[in-house]
Design a protein around this ligand. Structure first.
Ligand code: CS2
Ligand code: MG
Length: 403
């Protein structure tokens, strides 16, 4: 038995907000878990501090599955992003502790490495096609085997995912949500041109990905998928909102372009039909928003039965603690597909020293025991929380539109 003696939530903003749970034990070993929920950070912080931490004290940190079941099955209110991010943080921290006690990197406890490294995709974005492809060439020169292409849409003033910062974009960009205008017609014309130019300039040896950010109806997504087929995209992500999983049947009927979805999913129930009916090819649920390592492994196990591979979300709002956890998962899981990677700012990396590293298109979690990610609490305290929201979308006639 290794007794949980204390736990606390650390909120810090080294360039963007992160919520981290630290669980302490009677053996001096502590564990970290990411609890960051972009734009709703303090709700998870309160859920943990006010409702979860009091129930953890005195429990055996080794009983990861039992604590998971206690927090999920034992609660009247199940699922939802706030609950599942809080459970995920506890789960990650407990796996971190178990790894440190065993003296092994987490992936060893998950069955060991199934591959030598974790293929990641980089983000190439630009206002014009030329600018986007220049960025893609920059990443390919650094060894990336997979690149996501996002370009400004001619006729629209701004496009989500296209930023001034060439290395990354910060999704939550204002203290009250900023507003973007959206036109499906303009967008649908622009993407095939981007991919045609992409294949011409970048060739066929690199995987090209694209994120639709839930902006299409199923039939529009079917048409875009069909238009992109000649350029063999690796995946089309978040084609349509997925509350109604049956939506994807319609997309599937019309295209063989591979489909990825799930960065906003938080439980196996959000993707059960999508997986069982083989309506998607990649599941993008990730450790922090989908109930931790314990629950994500369950999702991956189901997905494996149906030829669905993993493609964990990895934008900058997922902290280095989550990235560390995701890399151990990615390295071990049999049906791994790809991992998103948008590296953090130097300030963030300094607050969260980590063992994972990049080489030749791959990330590796490193050999440090547990997750291999730490937090410098004194430095974290220098960056107080700042409210920040993702932008919203309106159609050109002023109607509110899908995120
Ligand atoms: C995007 C993200 O990385 C992605 O695929 O969809 O920018 C996402 O919108 C943010 O992480 C939201 O928090
Ligand atoms: Mg996305």
């Amino acid at each position: 038995m290794i007794k949980i003696t204390g736990a606390k939530v650390i909120v810090t903003c080294p360039g963007r907000n992160f919520v981290t749970l630290k669980i302490e034990t009677d053996q001096g070993v502590y564990g970290l878990g990411d609890a960051t929920l972009n734009g709703r950070e303090l709700a998870v912080a309160s859920y943990l501090t006010d409702h979860v931490i009091p129930c953890l004290i005195g429990r055996d940190a080794h009983r990861i599955e039992d604590i998971w079941q206690f927090l999920y099955r034992g609660a009247y209110w199940r699922r939802g992003p706030v609950t599942m991010s809080a459970i995920a943080a506890v789960d990650m921290a407990l796996w971190d502790i178990k790894g440190k006690v065993a003296g092994l990197p987490l992936y060893q406890l998950l069955g060991g490495a199934s591959r030598d490294g974790v293929m990641v995709y980089a983000h190439a974005n630009g206002v014009s096609i030329e600018e986007t492809l220049e960025r893609a060439e920059h990443y390919i020169a650094q060894g990336y085997k997979a690149v996501r292409l996002q370009s400004g849409v001619p006729g629209l003033k701004s496009t989500y995912g296209v930023s001034k910062d060439k290395d990354r974009y910060e999704p939550a960009d204002a203290d009250i949500p900023s507003e973007n205008l959206w036109s499906t017609e303009k967008y649908l014309r622009s993407v095939p041109a981007l991919f045609e130019a992409g294949r011409e300039k970048l060739g066929w040896d690199v995987h090209l990905l694209h994120d639709i950010h839930h902006r299409l109806t199923p039939i529009e997504a079917g048409r875009l998928g069909k238009d992109l087929e000649p350029y063999r995209p690796f995946w089309l992500e978040d084609a349509t909102p997925a509350e109604n999983q049956a939506n994807f049947r319609l997309i599937r009927q019309h295209t063989t372009s591979p489909l990825a979805v799930g960065e906003v999913f938080n439980s196996i129930w959000d993707c059960k039909q999508l997986i069982e009916e083989q309506l998607i090819d990649y599941i993008r649920a990730t450790v922090v928003h989908a109930g931790g390592i314990t629950h994500l492994r369950r999702i991956a196990g189901l997905a494996d039965l149906y030829n669905v591979r993993t493609g964990c979300h990895g934008a900058t709002d997922l902290s280095p603690v989550c990235m560390g956890a995701a890399l151990h998962f990615d390295l071990s899981v049999p049906n791994f597909g790809v991992q998103e990677y948008m590296h953090h700012t130097e300030e963030t990396d300094a607050v969260f020293p980590h063992a994972y590293s990049y080489a030749d298109g791959m990330l590796h979690p490193g050999e440090a025991p547990g997750l291999g990610v730490d937090i410098d609490e004194a430095l974290a305290a220098k960056y107080p929380y700042r409210r920040a929201y993702l932008p919203v979308n309106r159609l050109e006639d002023g109607s509110m539109y899908n995120w």
